[in-house]
Ligand binder design. Structure first.
Ligand code: ARG
Length: 589
């Protein structure tokens, strides 16, 4: 289906036509159309234009209005203030546009004509370590961006850059060699994520304690690092056990998060080992990197330490070891040259921004990034506790992600249970909805403020029925579904001939903005714009529901059908929008 132009874009076009008819030399001027409280839209562009042409803005505005031929979209254009246009559209135009949108399975969201290939780096926990709230943010925001980008036609390649390499594996592997049963499973049955993590945790702590207290063990652990890097088979096989055990745990958490993470997309740091030497050679030969005190370094004019000396990006350490930067640079080569990316998106904590700034700049100097291939860090802020400090337990330890998710689901289940009787939910539905609401609440909290900002993790607020929460949206959706249960033989039918109530107009004009909102969220890597849109949609629907009866008292047939049409489009828009955010919308709640 061809894309459905929004009413806003139609109005914009009519104004632009009027402008060029009235002033042929101002043909390219933007009327600057915005939604407005005073009328449906306001156009502010004539002010700037008048200034440029040294004319009187009110006169110019009047001329533009006169140049717009009579039509069935614009009901009224009023010149106001110093030269704004207040624009009211016809009720028929609203319903007609929405009907075209409703006829499209994509709700009128166009495919982006300039779509390319985005490699998105997200959900990247570390092997043998517990996941924390930072990993949650990356996973949630990243998964939403995957859906939003794919929906607009972008080809998306997912990369989970897990931390699966580094010197700490020397200590872990050596410990396992000396305590060979530490990763054994308690039964033949499939091991749970919880058990896998608790084994790893125990092993990590024990080996760390030994490493710090026993010089001889330390020496053996260091030798083990060398074996690992040299690709010694036995050592690699043990390393693989740590990775596999961790994956059991990661997948259990992603599963809890109702998130689809595929094994083929997990390409951790170790996945680039074969490229590291070559990456360094290219950088050194091209002069992008230079040797400094034995290390291979890239320098930047604007990156200095507290002492005023430049802080380089170290690509290879003086002992020959490679680190985080060499891996990330190799990953860029792979993503650009093999995966043919046109955009690289990194959903990573803002505290790593300096690293990415230096890595991206290095890649630009090397020519791997250029005008055709861009790299962007979608940097997110810190998750804070209720006290406004970085989220910790009372004992000062990092909060286990699993505990957090379980608590969210428990609280959500309680909320669902309270209303369950009225809706007639079965126990199975209560449990299932508790998961959808609890996990939805956690995701929504992550997605409802701009990613860059820190946010407070407050479960009470997150599962509240009133306010900017997922459950508020989920209830709005379920309420619409319940209306359809009561509608009998009345079905949704658009009736452009009807006069609309103010709440119907407001809802309709907002529904009109869905496609633009999705495109904006995709282009700006800003899922929170979609979230804000959906919240407002649910709010406008609530007002509509209060003011415009659909079933009781029973309105005239056409009015009921038209209202059901608005209900249906609202439900579909909520469902689609929430799906893009990774949040379920239960039919009954
Ligand atoms: N594993 C890292 C961490 O836990 C995040 C990896 C981010 N991605 C990357 N390409 N460096 O902090």
């Amino acid at each position: 289906m061809a894309s459905v132009p929004s009413l806003a874009s139609t109005v914009q076009q009519r104004l632009a036509d009027g402008l060029s008819a009235a002033l042929p030399d101002a043909a390219s001027a933007d009327p600057l159309l915005r939604r407005s409280d005073r009328a449906d839209f306001q156009a502010n562009g004539i002010l700037a234009l008048a200034k440029r042409l040294k004319g009187n803005p009110r006169e110019l505005a009047t001329k533009v209005v006169e140049a717009i031929p009579a039509n069935d979209v614009l009901k009224e254009i009023e010149v106001s203030g110093p030269g704004f246009l207040n624009i009211t559209v016809t009720d028929a135009a609203i319903i007609d546009t929405l009907a075209a949108r409703a006829a499209d399975a994509r709700l009128g969201v166009p495919f982006d004509e300039s779509a390319g290939t985005t490699v998105i780096d997200y959900a990247q926990p570390n092997v043998a370590k517990e996941m924390h709230v930072g990993h949650l943010r990356s996973a949630v925001i990243g998964a939403a961006m995957v859906e939003i980008l794919e929906f607009t036609g972008e080809t998306v390649v997912r990369r989970h850059h897990i931390g699966d390499w580094g010197t700490q594996f020397g200590m872990l592997i050596q410990y396992l060699i000396e305590h060979p049963h530490e990763l054994d499973h308690s039964s033949e049955a499939e091991v749970s994520g919880e058990e896998a993590m608790s084994n790893l945790n125990r092993l990590y702590k024990a080996s760390r304690a030994l490493f710090d207290s026993d010089e001889e063990f330390k020496t053996r652990a260091r030798a083990r690092v060398v074996d690992l890097q040299a690709g010694d088979e036995e050592t690699l096989a043990l390393w693989q056990r740590f990775v596999d055990e961790s994956k059991i745990y990661f997948y259990s958490v992603f599963d809890k998060l109702d998130m689809d993470i595929r094994d083929a997309d997990v390409v951790g740091e170790s996945g680039y080992n074969d490229m590291l030497v070559e990456t360094c050679r290219i950088l050194e030969e091209s002069g992008v990197a230079v040797r400094s005190e034995g290390a291979l370094c890239v320098f930047f004019d604007d990156v200095k330490g507290p002492d005023g000396n430049p802080t380089p990006l170290i690509v290879q350490k003086s002992d020959g070891g490679f680190g985080y930067a060499a891996t990330d640079l190799s990953a860029i080569r792979d993503r650009v040259q093999n995966l043919k990316a046109t955009s690289l998106l990194y959903v990573v904590d803002a505290r790593q921004s300096l690293h990415f700034k230096m890595v991206f700049e290095t890649a630009r100097r090397a020519g791997w990034l250029n005008d055709e291939v861009k790299a962007v860090q979608l940097a997110f802020g810190t998750v804070l506790g209720k006290d406004g400090k970085p989220f910790k337990t009372r004992e000062g330890e990092t909060v286990r992600l699993v505990d957090l998710l379980d608590e969210a689901v428990d609280r959500a289940t309680a909320v669902v249970r309270e209303k369950a009787e009225k809706v007639g939910l079965t126990e199975t539905e209560i449990v299932e909805n508790g998961q959808y609401v609890g996990i939805g609440a956690v995701k929504y909290a992550d997605l409802s403020t701009s990613a860059a900002r820190d946010y407070k993790f407050d479960l009470d607020q997150m599962v509240s029925l009133n306010g900017d929460t997922s459950v508020y949206l989920q209830y709005a959706y379920a309420r619409i579904k319940s209306i359809f249960g009561k509608a009998g033989d009345r079905t949704p039918v658009a009736h452009p001939e009807l006069e609309l109530a103010p709440a119907e107009r407001a809802l309709g004009l907002h529904l009109d903005q869905f496609a633009e909102t999705v495109s904006e969220a995709a282009a700006e890597y800003a899922p929170h714009k979609l979230t804000a849109y959906l919240y407002q949609l649910a709010s406008l629907y609530t007002t509509f529901y209060d003011q415009c009866p659909v079933i009781k008292p029973e309105p005239a047939k056409e009015v009921a059908e038209n209202r059901l049409f608005l209900c249906d489009l609202t439900a579909r828009t909520l469902h689609q929008g929430m799906a893009l955010l990774g949040i379920r919308t239960p039919e009954r709640l």
